[in-house]
Design a binder for this molecule. Structure first.
Ligand code: SF4
Length: 243
């Protein structure tokens, strides 16, 4: 089967992805979070990611273990992307993700309850955190509302990066085999362009300040890199940010 997209194209964007991950992780460190190593409660197979992230994970972790990962029969398969949903919100339309989340632990969890690929985990995993300790009986993570919005904005940027490199979005465990050419194309989604910000008015100033610093950092760290420049230009112009 043909490879759906070019892993070498995705590799062009790795420096941008690293800047995004590093900047976001440092920012989140300022919050008082309850998350600790060994708590695996939010580690499921419902991981929305991009081809850039999957290719990065394969390259950095050494792909042997990931190629042979033991997957469940059923996977969450999103039917729309974050930027499509954001565009619908801006146009006052409703678009729903009809994909169903499934139960079950992430196959990349180690026996000690820690992530075996933690340094290279995708944005979906980086953005999951809780202000108070989770238990099996709590309905979900107690997420900071501002960080939840920021997490969605980061998804939007990562989708734009996939678009710049001719990639796809979808479940991480569909993306990984797609890079090796062993997956039906129907499971993955075309990325959509960043349409603008969809955040609460009370958070808009903080989100723009965060984005301004992040975009400047990407521009400074990746001079002359086409996907970086295209991402910075698109997001700055659509989010109304002057750099
Ligand atoms: S990739 Fe790692 S952090 Fe993400 S869900 Fe799996 S075990 Fe958890």
């Amino acid at each position: 089967m043909d490879v759906l997209f070019s892993a070498s194209g995705a590799a062009l964007a790795f420096p941008v992805l690293e800047e995004m991950y590093g900047f976001y992780d440092s920012f989140v460190e300022e919050f008082q979070l309850a998350c600790r190593p060994g708590c695996p409660l939010c580690c499921t197979t419902n991981i929305f990611a991009s081809s850039v992230e999957a290719a990065y994970l394969l390259e950095k972790s050494g792909d042997g273990a990931l190629r042979s990962v033991d997957l469940p029969d059923e996977l969450y398969r999103p039917t729309t992307t974050t930027n499509e949903i954001a565009r619908a919100c801006l146009e006052q339309r409703l678009v729903e993700d009809r994909g169903s989340h499934v139960k079950g632990a992430c196959p990349l969890l180690g026996e000690d309850g820690t992530c075996t690929i933690y340094r290279w985990r995708p944005m979906a995993c980086r953005g999951m955190h809780s202000l108070s300790p989770c238990t099996q009986n709590t309905p979900g993570a107690d997420m900071d509302p501002f960080l939840m919005e920021l997490h969605l904005v980061m998804y939007q940027l990562i989708e734009q990066l996939a678009l710049e490199t001719g990639g796809r979005c979808g479940n991480l465990f569909d993306l990984l085999p797609s890079i090796t050419g062993s997956l039906e194309q129907g499971h993955l989604l075309e990325p959509s362009p960043f349409p603008g910000l969809v955040v609460m008015p009370s958070n808009a100033g903080r989100v723009r300040a965060f984005l301004r610093r992040l975009l400047r950092r990407i521009a400074e760290a990746c001079p002359g890199l086409e996907p970086a420049q295209a991402l910075v230009d698109r997001v700055a112009s659509k989010a109304g940010i002057s750099l």
